[in-house]
Design a protein around this ligand. Structure first.
Ligand SMILES: *[C@@H]1O[C@H](CO)[C@@H](O)[C@H](O)[C@H]1NC(C)=O
Ligand SMILES: *[C@@H]1O[C@H](CO)[C@@H](O)[C@H](O)[C@H]1NC(C)=O
Ligand SMILES: *[C@@H]1O[C@H](CO)[C@@H](O)[C@H](O)[C@H]1NC(C)=O
Ligand SMILES: *[C@@H]1O[C@H](CO)[C@@H](O)[C@H](O)[C@H]1NC(C)=O
Ligand SMILES: *[C@@H]1O[C@H](CO)[C@@H](O)[C@H](O)[C@H]1NC(C)=O
Ligand SMILES: *[C@@H]1O[C@H](CO)[C@@H](O)[C@H](O)[C@H]1NC(C)=O
Length: 798
């Protein structure tokens, strides 16, 4: 049936096929940095950090604003500048994170008196010249309304700020450093000392993490370079400053708001002052060492060039053809990739909590967000960094007892769903990450999540394990006297624990622990126990026509009730859906959406939901009625789950429905919090046409948004290629008619990771209508109930 079509495609595609193995293909020879706009997502709740950072860098310099959306420091929404600080997280919800020790400049103080400058953060906030904001990899700058131009670049633990004063030389400009952070979380007894001759400031303060428990101490070492020299310096408390006092130890203050306090330095009349801020979580000495080692000469341009070179290198494995494509697509794509490397942050050498030779990464913010596409994406083009992240997660478990679910600022973060590190480890394991990872230790760590309930499961592990073992689900209103955590989310926790166990089962299989593998494969089916066959769903009082949904279930086995629409995008009930007391039984999502969260056994789910046709209607309804919301991570996989019902064409349709519709390359262009690059990775992988089912060696194939793509594996040096025939940049030909893998017809609608590591070539023949390609039973991705545990290709190395 295909033969004639295929033949004509082959003729049409001769030149495409012949282009294979052409070195330095000019198609891909362009400067990728022109397509990176760090300001995307910096307004309207995207919460992206738009400042200067290295890949996974600890120093992140930007202007901080007093916006309600200042989680990433700078929000591009007309709010005012409160300072220029050097540590941030990107894309997070909740309270703003970090933003410690901001600097703030004045051209002069009134009456040439240091008390003529305004010190407290609230009153010093200043606007900036609209249109002056400039951001690019490793660089951020703007001009304040006072006329001071501030720009900045960074090294790994050090930032470099350049203050340009207007009109040539200002008369005695002042720069202050405030012992504060973005969320005003400073605790008691922060200190600062200013060195009288040079104005060098050193100090420390204890702060609170933004979505976790405990506290952390950060240290800084800030020094200045100005041709004009230092005039005087001292400290300030609240609104008053002194040139005579050089050391300050300050209390938290009263009324729950930390007392303003810090130091200042005034300069003779320079046109420019450079401020170098060394950072550390170990000591002020180490902060100074970091500064001296990383930015020895205050040479702004060469530090910036180094940052640019690092970004170019990190972005080098992926290139797409620009042929015919609107540049806004390229900007969306490459900026999405860029944002996957802002967080997590590499704090190796800066971990005060334990001593180890293993890498230490922080700002896993949170794994519930990043397991879905960000970390799997990085595994393709930066596997060495993911390897180091996994080593760090395992080392964290070794020293703190548990794998983190969320981790920021050296603290434990709140658990949102399951023990999602299990999926992260499983994903790395099945894709063959190896270099230095102690997989036996990794296995013990994930197994502990499944077997041992922590006393405080709000920040690690899982709760309700007694009921899980006895009842085979997490009951609503569980009785749990072993460990403690928010007694909510019983449905989403059941589904996530089941999937986590599937991840463990795969690892056990690969590590030749076959009894364990069997055991966790069995517990991974427990999601079925919350399926209530006769449950209906009414929206606006009208029967949706679908029957059979997950429902909460009590300890005694009887059903509770949660409207399947509760906590959906169109729910109007105002029910709490996060970690509040009495929140819903589904986390940040509805039963309607969680109904699809069985990533490891879609075949069984589809059978339960009355077969592929009915399943597809249900998935259509989820999207068409806007019950799902692409601005939150549980939506990601639902875009592609048509693949499992033999309708890969519909996945591609949905991909184009959401991109660029919900993702535009503008400051307010993201549909939700970027969550450390989760949105960026969703967008980039969707446009790339290979979307992961995370935790499995499975990528679902769609038509890419580009005519061709090359991805070089940094591990093997081999280049994988996706090529299309009949590519149409207006996206009418988005349906795969036929595919070839390394010259052979390929009918599966999915592919495994060896595609990347072995540098294979996938050619997709596109057309304007849905075809039979990838629709047959044997073309579908694996499911536990139909295929058992499948570990494709990559296990051969053991
Ligand atoms: C700032 O400039 C941008 C474009 O540069 C414009 O869209 C926006 O409306 C301006 N905002 C204000 C407050 O003038
Ligand atoms: C802060 O300093 C005061 C005075 O030296 C001391 O009594 C107090 O214990 C310190 N508090 C903390 C949290 O270190
Ligand atoms: C600015 O300051 C520098 C260094 O103090 C000095 O050499 C120069 O003459 C000054 N320029 C003006 C315009 O005052
Ligand atoms: C490119 O995309 C942008 C944003 O969607 C749109 O405004 C513009 O018209 C497009 N340009 C072309 C040439 O299609
Ligand atoms: C529910 O009502 C809203 C507002 O009238 C409407 O926009 C929406 O389409 C309705 N949804 C369904 C599923 O009936
Ligand atoms: C089961 O438990 C629920 C919640 O406590 C209760 O409402 C219900 O009556 C119980 N059913 C039976 C049969 O005991």
């Amino acid at each position: 049936m295909f033969s004639r079509v295929v033949l004509s495609f082959l003729l049409a595609s001769n030149s495409v096929l012949a282009a294979k193995n052409v070195p330095d293909n000019p198609l891909y020879d362009y400067d990728v940095l022109q397509y990176i706009d760090p300001l995307i997502g910096s307004a309207n709740g995207g919460n992206v950090f738009p400042g200067a950072s290295l890949p996974y860098g600890m120093a992140k310099a930007v202007a901080d604003t007093n916006s309600g959306y200042n989680q990433g420091g700078f929000a591009y929404d007309g709010s005012s500048i409160t300072g220029f600080s050097s540590m941030h997280d990107s894309g997070t919800g909740g309270s703003p994170s970090l933003g410690n020790f901001p600097l703030f400049p004045y051209t002069h103080c009134d009456n040439d008196d240091v008390n003529g400058c305004i010190y407290p953060k609230k009153s010093r906030a200043t606007g900036y010249v609209n249109g002056s904001v400039q951001a690019s990899p490793g660089y951020f700058g703007l001009t304040m309304n006072s006329g001071i131009k501030v720009d900045m670049t960074v090294a790994q633990h050090t930032s470099l700020f350049r203050f340009n004063f207007p009109g040539g030389n200002a008369s005695s400009p002042l720069i202050l450093l405030d012992l504060t952070d973005l969320s005003d979380s400073r605790q008691d007894n922060a200190t600062i000392s200013v060195e009288p001759l040079t104005g060098t400031m050193t100090g420390q303060a204890r702060f609170l993490p933004s979505f976790g428990s405990g506290s952390y101490v950060a240290y800084f070492c800030t020094d200045f370079l100005s041709a004009a020299g230092v005039r005087d310096n001292g400290i300030f408390v609240d609104s008053r400053a002194s040139r005579g006092v050089k050391d300050l130890k300050i209390s938290r203050g009263i009324n729950g708001y930390p007392l303003p306090g810090g130091a200042f330095v005034r300069f003779n009349s320079p046109s420019e002052v450079l401020a170098r801020v060394g950072l550390s979580f170990i000591s002020t000495e180490q902060a100074c060492l970091n500064a001296h080692n990383e930015i020895p000469y205050f040479d702004f341009d060469s530090i910036r060039q180094k940052a640019v070179a690092l970004w170019k290198e990190k972005l080098s494995p992926i290139r797409v053809s620009r042929q015919g494509v609107n540049s806004s697509m390229l900007t969306n794509f490459y900026t999405g990739i860029y944002r996957t490397m802002i967080n997590p942050q590499d704090y190796t050498g800066e971990n005060p909590l334990w001593s180890s030779y293993e890498p230490y990464f922080d700002s896993f913010y949170c794994l519930w967000d990043s397991f879905r596409s960000q970390l799997p994406f990085l595994t393709i083009f930066d596997p060495l960094s993911v390897t180091r992240m996994i080593r760090s997660l395992i080392d964290t478990q070794k020293h703190l007892g548990w794998l983190p679910d969320c981790r920021m600022s050296l603290c434990k973060g709140h658990t949102q769903g399951g023990s999602n590190a299990d999926i992260v480890l499983a994903d790395g394991y099945v894709k063959g990450l190896n270099d230095g990872i102690d997989w036996e230790a990794g296995y013990k760590a994930v197994q502990k999540d499944a077997e041992e309930e922590p006393y405080d499961w709000s920040s690690e592990g899982r709760g309700g394990l007694i009921s899980w073992r006895r009842l085979h689900y997490i009951p609503v209103q569980d009785f749990d006297y072993i460990g403690f955590g928010p007694m909510t989310r019983s449905i989403s926790r059941t589904l996530e624990y089941a999937y986590d166990d599937y991840g463990i089962a795969q690892m056990a299989y690969g590590l030749n622990k076959l009894d364990d593998s069997e055991k966790y494969a069995t517990t991974s089916t427990y999601w079925m126990n919350l399926f209530r066959r006769d449950q209906k769903s009414f929206i606006n009082g009208t029967d949706t026509g679908f029957t059979g949904f997950f429902q909460p279930r009590f300890l005694n086995g009887t059903w509770g009730y949660q409207d399947p629409n509760t906590c959906s995008n169109i729910d109007t009930s105002n029910r709490a859906c996060s970690l509040q007391n009495n929140a819903a039984e589904t986390f940040e999502s509805s039963i309607w959406e969680y109904q699809f969260f069985v990533p490891h056994d879609m075949a069984a789910l589809i059978t339960l939901l009355d077969g592929p046709t009915s399943f597809v209607r249900r998935l259509d309804y989820l999207h068409d009625q806007k019950i799902t919301y692409i601005g939150n991570e549980p939506a990601f996989l639902t875009v592609f789950q048509y693949h499992y019902a033999g309708r890969p064409a519909k996945s591609t349709e949905r991909a184009h429905f959401y991109i660029p519709g919900s993702f535009s390359p503008t400051p307010s262009g993201l549909p939700g919090n970027d969550d450390s690059g989760a949105m960026g990775s969703f967008m980039a992988m969707t446009m790339f046409g290979l979307f992961p089912n995370p935790g499995q060696d499975v990528y679902l194939i769609s038509a890419p948004f580009f005519e061709s793509i090359e991805i070089k594996s940094p591990l093997t040096g081999k280049t994988a290629t996706v090529k299309t025939v009949n590519f149409d940049p207006t996206y009418k030909n988005i349906y795969i008619q036929f595919a070839m893998l390394d010259g052979m017809p390929y009918t599966r609608n999915w592919i495994d990771h060896s595609f990347f590591t072995e540098g294979k070539e996938l050619v997709l023949f596109l057309g304007p209508t849905e075809s039979m390609w990838g629709t047959r039973e044997e073309d579908l991705p694996p499911s536990l109930s139909t295929s058992g545990i499948v570990l494709d290709g990559n296990l051969r190395r053991r």
